[in-house]
Write a protein that binds this ligand. Structure first.
Ligand code: HEC
Length: 141
């Protein structure tokens, strides 16, 4: 069983261009990092949100914020869609700011209001993922 999985993975690695493998593994990591943020929000764990959103923000900007870098990971017929990555990076960045400002109480609001604003900003981040998947990923499947 283990052997079969191993051979399967090796075959996958051999026949997948490195760039596509990069994109997939980066996306899997991004998904895991966003899941950590969601877990912290569901548990109303403010410290957990702060730690996980900072980690997610750093990685998402590194992956999506550089147009040329993202373009290089896309298949040839998709390269012209790399602008969507930068657009998504901006939406994500904007909403990460809202969450961090809420945690720091930058606008001097009640805890209840800040928590709701941060939760809403989190859902807008998810929306940025769906948006790009709809435009760039899911139409070629
Ligand atoms: C700029 C476009 C874009 C954005 C933004 C984006 N993705 Fe993706 N995502 C892709 C593409 C393209 C693939 C397909 C990669 C592949 O399998 O070759 C993908 C694949 C994935 C996968 C599946 C990996 C697999 O098993 O095939 C996950 C999980 C994922 N993305 C999570 C996320 C999350 C979470 C976000 C938001 C934080 C996000 N993505 C934002 C373009 C994007």
């Amino acid at each position: 069983m283990l052997k079969k999985t191993l051979v399967g993975s090796l075959v996958f690695l051999l026949y997948t261009p490195l760039s596509a493998y990069d994109l997939r593994s980066n996306m899997l990591q991004l998904g895991a990092e966003l899941a950590e943020v969601q877990k912290a929000f569901i548990a109303s764990d403010q410290k957990g949100v702060e730690v996980s959103i900072k980690r997610f923000a750093e990685h998402s900007q590194a992956l999506l914020g550089d147009r040329d870098n993202f373009s290089a990971m896309l298949p040839p017929d998709k390269k012209h869609k790399a602008n969507e990555a930068v657009m998504s990076a901006q939406i994500i960045n904007h909403n990460v700011e809202i969450i961090l400002n809420a945690i720091e109480n930058k606008h001097n609001q009640s805890g209840i209001v800040r928590r709701e604003e941060a939760q809403r900003a989190y859902t807008y981040i998810e929306h940025a993922c769906f948006r790009c998947h709809n435009i760039v990923r899911d139409e070629y499947k």
